[in-house]
Design a protein around this ligand. Sequence first.
Ligand code: COA
Length: 697
Amino acid sequence: MPQYNNPALIQPDREMPRRIGIIGAGTIGPDIGYYLKSAIPGLNLVLIDISRDALDRAVGRIYAYADKGVARRKLTPEQAEGVRQNIKASVNYDDLAGCDWVIEAATENIELKKQIFSRVEDIAGRDCMITSNTSSIPAHSLFSHLRHPGRTTVTHFFAPAFRNPVVEVIDWEQADPGFIRRLRRLFYMTGKVPMITRDVVCFMLDRIFDNWCNEAGFLLAGATPAQVDHAAGSYVHAGPFFVLNMSNGNPIIIETNSLQAELEGDHYLPAAVFQEAIDRGQGTGRDNSGHPQSENEGQKWDETGKWLTIKPGENMDAPQAVVAEIRDRLLGVLFSQTVDILDRDIGAASDLELGCRLAFAFRQGPLELMRALGDKESTRILDKFCAQRPGMPGAQRPLRAYQDFHRFILVDELDGVKIITLRRPEALNALHDEMTDEILALLKQYEDDPYTTGFVITGYGVSAFSAGADIGRFPSMLGDRKQCIEYARVCSRLLVYLDNCSKPVVAALNGMALGGGLELAVRCHGIVAVKDAWLQFPEITLGIAPGIGGMVIPYRRWPDAAPAFHGMLLRAEKMTATAALGLKVIDRLADTHEALLPDAIRRVGELAGKRRGLADAPVSIAPPPAVGDEPRSFNGQRISAAVSAVIRQAVSDAAAAASLDEALELGYAAFAESAATAAAREGISAFMEKRKPEFID
Ligand code: COA
């Protein structure tokens, strides 16, 4: 298992690849190509396939993605042009010469893949990394025959590969540890979430997903696809049959479950109904066996073999007993696979949970579902499943024992410093209660530990430290002042703890620090940042005021920088890391991401033993500027005059408050006042609905 939990701690041993080859121009090949082209500027991409038509379509696909990227403002026109350049589409393997990395994304056929890798090994240089995108075939079956297997492994992407951040990186017995580390770092630096997984059939995540789909297939003996998807809808965005339709997944389930059955036992055999659906789609009309079809047949599929099911979010009437039976069975297979993965150390619990959310759009991972149901109910479901499906793995320990892990933070230790990484990439590391509690518990655990000098708090990835407090929590409390004040107070528990923590805590800003994320950073005892990080209080653009110290702490720590903070609070102005350094808001700028955590650790050392106090008396600051009738944010967006006035008043009152506690309470109350405005309702709704707010005071 990895030396460091946060891949940012892996120091580079090579430059980024300059020339990458992808074999297979189907769907995932060009999708991987687009991800790489948009993440690595100047990259030469070589696409190889036996079909010219497939290559032309693949290049067209990459071009179309670049156009879409510009339309959605994810790429600048210059970046899009960079994506379109330097793509070579070829039917000749010799064009792979000079590649730093070759990724195979061809048909799932072991013999074909082995031949491809032998050929690649003859053409590519000794240092070229060689990986396969298989979703099920173990790495040792693909690479053991090669002369230099140390630079080979499986890198398993999830669809759509340019947007889905998950990549499983298989740590197999002959792979060089340095090579696995390099891949992990490379993926991390290019915006992916790499998950190290053992070399077993279907790795980690497809053991969950494929078996879940397969179980859904067996359930069709007594239910319809729509009923199955309906029953799964309580914890996934889309049920198994909807996803199988979208991804043409029936043959994949047959392939992967057959392989699992071959290697691990017949209980993994695919449900016959998947082959029947394929036959139906090919117009043969009857199932393979020639047996009469079940009475539900009419409700299973249409004439093209597509499952007849409901859309995500769509409801239906279904007999309760049927839904309960389906629910138990689908949860049963999830729980069975989960305990097996953890008992066999196939992957980490936190990766499993995150992977299910990111790769399969589960609203909750299996362990979260288990926790919510409680030990007794989860044990009932798992035991029932194991009895119904002999051979399927059961728990080796009490279910409670599987729950002991950090879900939303990663923890590392370096030179006596605990590094806490906020990891919630699906929400740009936005802080919520459970993440806050995990950080707090860790600080409490190690504050008195003589071997711990201090702490660093950083964010996962290369773009966000934290995008703030979780906005998803807001709608339920808007307008309820008492609840809002209580929310702000409770949310502040970590920050108040930091005020009094006897060991230094340094924020390492790996990217943007927004709203509640910035309120966390300024409460740390020191801040270091990468050069391209920035600080912002966007709350005013949501129609609210920052609730947990944003209108208080910056003024008490850096009163001379008050005019800059006024601009941030009243106009959502961004403060670049360089400007923040000039104002002494941050202590140090790291030139690169590699330098950030070592710099932060050094800063912990410098701060050790030094008491830092926040002003516990009134502070004198430049008064906030007057708020006009039609205030606008720094980029011209209309904002609410009422909320601006609340912020302005709170800043002045908090600066004049006799104590820090009093000032913080004023801040909580001002947040509650802002949250009672019509602007708050509009701003938060607009964010949730992904539209621009229209503030009318
Ligand atoms: N709380 C909850 N979810 C958040 C979030 C927050 N503070 N900030 C971002 N997210 C989520 C988004 O909703 C989105 O989720 P989705 O993929 O399910 O739709 C995901 O993170 C990625 O964000 P997205 O907006 O698609 O990325 P972007 O690169 O286009 O924009 C930001 C990045 C930071 C500009 C934008 O996410 C934003 O404005 N976030 C809110 C920041 C804020 O106001 N923070 C203060 C809150 S106190």
